[in-house]
Design a protein around this ligand. Structure first.
Ligand code: GAL
Length: 682
């Protein structure tokens, strides 16, 4: 399968044509005296680094004043890196506007919902919709692209940096103007907009597009569809900046692939990356672990979703950390082995490059306590030795470069529109956490040793999956209803949850009883929601416990089985979990929040009609995570021991690329270790 993304991925092959994985970091040489640069290249070679992202925050150094340019230092470092055999993912340097620009043009600074102007002094203090910022940014991109078009070190372009990390929502006048243009494009007429926004409510009817504002600080809840459209618009505005920079790069360097680093991680929800993915030549992602009971599940979930966003083609891990970060309340160092394990989990889910923030730990600035590949302690450190070791491990994994992820039988759908709307204010509960619910389902699948793909709802090939889990699929259009119905009629098994199917794409309620768009398919009807207060729980008769939400369910359709009922609470003796058998498939509904533990107990019953169970031997279930990549010749089985005990894997065999040797009947995976086995072609 060749695809634009694969063929333009820069690291699947080295200059000698051999397969390899990318390895490296953000490199900020401008923070260091020139003497350090040669030392950097020496250490990079020692570590097996073959790629760095350069000049991400270098605008003020490259263009010290409006009319002067200083490329000398960058020429020198590009040449040095090239001489060292290190490729450069060159940033367009537009992420942090320099002081001369914000002083001359304070009108590029973002404005908060309550009208405060964000000051310069940190980074990313620019309005995505500012024409002035855009003009200066594109000028810089043009200068860089012209200068380095033919430089042999240049392997990819890195647009800006983490677009929207700090400036996704801007409520300025520029934003208001651009929002109105966006709305005119979406609705054409004011009547259509008034209808979509439900402006008959609270006397909000507009008689002119110019009356419309971003949802700035208001006396009470701003119009929900206005809020939703502002989220859609804000994601689009950043995407437009990405494509504006990309167009300049494509004009001047048509053969150099362009990417930007996404932030598919935890609760970063402002940017609809499923929608952005088509705009880059290969998907790149940044991921940082936030410590907690499900932290490695979250890492796996995010890497898996990144793969889904990339259409299961290889992607580029642009940043993660070798150890502690600097931006959490308490910044934990990684324990021995964690650095490699975290990296390899990304590789298991399709990363063909493993990069860190950053190469050398800063001596000054806001990130001086953030770990790096070369720590403050220098090369004589455990951390640097682990970095060198990881370089060797990635070399051993070179044969997997370019392989795609093998689809699983189960998909977990992830949908930005549902995420944005289900968590709006003025709802039955303010405690709903969309990402958390999706993660809980994924955690439960991991605990059962079942491989699953996390896929964007609107880009998923549903028919490819035996089971589709759609947690809190709140916003369901008529088209999606049809797709889900066809999926089930055709033999698919759909599982969905509370607060799903409730609204259409304008955030209007599907009338006649919940779960609206999915009522007929599920064969149930709900007249009223029963959210629970903090700390309140309900017992189910399958020995699980629900929290957050309950539903008063009436079974309506034919062939609906009640898989579990409420034992306590306001809806005691009524259904809690239902499944309708219809067509050649089934549609199940889980009306309360069961958490990872409850879902682990329930899932086997939900998966049974599809005949899905773990591919792992009994001894390994819940202890080992698996992922599979494959190419024309081979299947690569990743086994990640999530536990502190050695896990026997009888019957699991293959050529060991990394990990312990296979002895006799199978391998024994040491605690917290990773093995990759090459098996015959599928
Ligand atoms: C990212 C950013 C990097 C660095 C890193 C620290 O958000 O792209 O420049 O700040 O976080 O964890």
């Amino acid at each position: 399968m060749t695809s634009p993304l694969t063929s333009r991925f820069p690291y699947a092959k080295g200059s000698d044509g051999a397969r390899r994985l990318g390895y490296g970091a953000d490199y900020n040489p401008e923070q260091w005296p020139r003497e350090v640069w040669a030392e950097d290249v020496r250490l990079m070679r020692e570590a097996g680094v073959n790629t760095v992202s350069l000049a991400i925050f270098s605008w003020a150094r490259i263009q010290p004043t409006a009319g002067t340019w200083d490329f000398g230092w960058l020429d020198e470092i590009m040449d040095l890196l090239h001489a060292g055999g290190i490729g450069v993912d060159l940033a367009t340097a537009t992420a942090s506007p320099p002081p001369w620009l914000t002083t001359a043009h304070p009108e590029i600074l973002p404005v908060t919902a309550s009208g405060e102007t964000v000051s310069p002094g940190a980074r990313q203090h620019w309005r995505p919709t500012s024409p002035v910022f855009r003009e200066h940014a594109l000028r810089l991109v043009r200068e860089l692209a012209t200068r380095y078009a033919a430089h042999p070190a240049l392997v990819a372009w890195h647009v800006n940096n983490e677009l929207g990390c700090h400036n996704v929502y801007d409520f300025s006048d520029d934003a208001a103007t651009a929002f109105r243009t966006w709305l005119r494009r979406r609705y054409t007429t004011l009547d259509a907009l008034n209808h979509a926004w439900g402006t008959a409510f609270w006397s909000q009817r507009y008689s002119d597009f110019d009356q419309i504002l971003p949802p700035r600080l208001a006396a009470s809840h701003p119009n929900p569809t206005q809020q939703l459209d502002f989220k859609r618009f804000s994601s689009d505005a950043l995407k437009e900046h990405l494509t504006a920079e990309r167009e300049v790069l494509r004009e001047l360097t048509p053969d150099v692939p362009v990417t930007t680093n996404f932030m598919v991680m935890g609760g970063t929800k402002g940017m609809d990356y499923a929608d952005w993915a088509g705009e880059v030549d290969f998907v790149a992602n940044d991921h940082y672990v936030i410590p907690g009971p499900q932290d490695r599940d979250e890492l796996s979930f995010s890497a898996n979703l990144t793969s889904g966003i990339a259409g299961h083609r290889p992607w580029f891990l642009m940043e993660h950390s070798t150890s502690a970060v600097n931006w959490q309340p308490v910044n934990l160092a990684k324990t021995p082995g964690e650095l490699a394990r975290d990296s390899l989990l990304h590789v298991a889910h399709g990363a063909d490059a493993v990069c860190f923030f950053q190469w050398r730990q800063s001596a000054a600035g806001a990130e001086k306590y953030h770990s790096a590949m070369v720590p403050h302690a220098g090369e004589d450190s455990e951390l640097f030795r682990s970095v060198v070791e990881l370089g060797q491990t990635l070399e051993a994994l070179a044969p997997i470069a370019g392989s795609e992820r093998e689809p699983a039988r189960v998909a977990v759908l992830f949908d930005w529109d549902s995420w944005w709307t289900s968590e709006h204010d003025s709802h039955p509960t303010s405690r709903l956490d969309y990402h958390r619910e999706a993660l809980d389902w994924y955690s439960a699948l991991l605990r059962l040793g079942i491989r699953a793909d996390v896929v964007p709802a609107h880009r998923a090939d549903l028919a490819a999956y035996d089971v589709v889990v759609a947690p809190v699929l709140h916003m369901v259009s008529r088209t999606l209803t049809k797709e889900l119905t066809c999926y089930v009629e055709g033999g698919g098994h759909l599982v969905t949850t509370y607060f799903s199917g409730v609204v259409d794409e304008n955030d209007h309620i599907w009338l006649g009883g919940y779960p609206g768009a999915l009522r007929e398919l599920l064969g149930i009807r709900i007249e009223e929601f029963g959210p629970l207060l903090d700390g309140d729980t309900v017992a189910l008769d399958n020995n699980t416990t629900g929290s957050l939400w309950t539903d008063r369910i009436t079974v309506e359709g034919p062939d609906v089985d009640v898989l579990a009922g409420y034992r306590t609470g306001a809806y005691a003796n009524r259904p809690a979990v239902t499944r309708r058998t219809t067509g050649r498939g089934s549609a199940a509904y889980v009306s309360t929040r069961l958490g990872a533990e409850g879902l682990t107990a329930l899932l086997p019953e939900l998966l049974a009609p599809a005949g899905v169970s773990s591919e792992l031997p009994d001894e390994a279930r819940g202890l080992v995570e698996t992922a599979v990549r494959r190419d024309a010749d081979s299947r690569y089985l990743f086994l990640i021991n999530r536990s502190d005990t050695p896990v026997p894997l009888p019957g699991v065999t293959g050529d060991v690329l990394i990990g312990p040797a296979v002895a006799g009947d199978g391998l024994v995976l040491p605690p917290r270790e990773v093995a990759v086995l090459r098996q015959g072609a599928h």
